[in-house]
Design a protein around this ligand. Structure first.
Ligand SMILES: Nc1ncnc2c1ncn2[C@@H]1O[C@H](COP(=O)(O)OP(=O)(O)OP(=O)(O)O)[C@@H](O)[C@H]1O
Ligand SMILES: [Mg+2]
Length: 255
């Protein structure tokens, strides 16, 4: 772990702290000695190419893939042995890469199931539903429609809406813009900005580095399972290596 990360991890507002994280699938090492941190109220992004280990990182945090870590702390407690359900109850919710909606249930029922883990009381659930529908009017128009009949973009909105119903303190998102049309991507990032403004802490994994770095406060670059760069998001955005590898900026050549 470098000194900058060590200093980040000592900060009083640190909400999620990861050190020495390793993930193996048989002989494949997906993550190696990863150190990362997220402070309360921040949006942190992790950018990286296909197969860099991005999903493994989020899945390791919530305990859906086996991992070893010297530190995996959330809100001051060791959560390395905690089940995904227990983490949701503590305020950590993952929107997974394969949205994992209930295809045969309606939009409304999918959203209500999001409130299930916190044993939401009826009145509170109604209020939260109203909030999700006001943020995503398209879901309100389709509340009686089955999830499987929705477009990819609408399904992603539903997955984010369902996560909001868990009332997360830390929202983890695995490539929310993957495969979506530019207008829908904008919509998703607009909602993430709203969540941030409302005080939700966000860790978002993205290949769409431009949108992610625009939203984020801090960023990490993951390459073949290792953190190769980390910095405040605006510094990463202006970093030549990031621009060439992830922002599609053609390097200048001397004529
Ligand atoms: N269940 C698995 N079994 C074996 N290898 C796996 C498994 N899941 C992932 N891997 C491998 O681990 C590495 C990291 O995969 P991971 O899915 O975490 O990457 P990613 O950055 O999320 O990729 P993508 O951009 O494609 O979503 C890859 O080499 C991948 O092939
Ligand atoms: Mg992935």
């Amino acid at each position: 772990m470098n000194e900058v990360e060590a200093a980040r991890q000592r900060h009083a507002d640190v909400l999620l702290k990861i050190e020495g994280l390793e993930v193996h699938y048989g002989g494949v090492q997906a993550l190696s000695d990863v150190a990362m941190s997220v402070r309360r109220g921040e949006v942190v992004t992790v950018i990286g190419a296909n197969g860099a280990g991005k999903s493994s990182l989020l899945n390791a945090i919530v305990g859906v893939v086996p991992a070893q870590a010297t530190t995996l702390w959330y809100a001051g407690a060791d959560v390395s042995r905690m089940s995904p359900e227990a983490l949701v109850r503590r305020g950590v919710t993952l929107v997974p890469e394969r949205r994992e909606l209930f295809a045969d249930l309606t939009v409304d029922d999918n959203l209500r199931l999001g409130a299930y883990h916190r044993g939401g009381k009826d009145g509170a659930v109604q209020g939260d539903l109203a909030r999700v529908y006001s943020i995503f009017p398209r879901l309100a128009e389709r509340k009686r429609q089955r999830a499987s009949t929705m477009s990819g973009g609408e399904q992603q909105m539903l997955a984010v809406g369902r996560a909001m119903m868990t009332k997360p303190e830390l929202l983890l998102l695995d490539e929310p813009s993957l495969g979506l049309a530019p207008l829908i991507v904008q919509e998703i990032f607009r909602v993430l900005a709203q969540l941030k403004a409302a005080g939700t802490t966000v860790l978002v994994i993205e290949q769409n580095a431009r949108a992610a770095l625009n939203l984020a406060d801090y960023g990490y670059v993951l390459e073949t399972g290792k953190v190769v760069l980390s910095a405040p998001a605006d510094a990463l955005y202006n970093d030549t290596r990031v621009r060439e590898a992830y922002l599609g900026v053609v390097p200048k050549t001397d004529e």
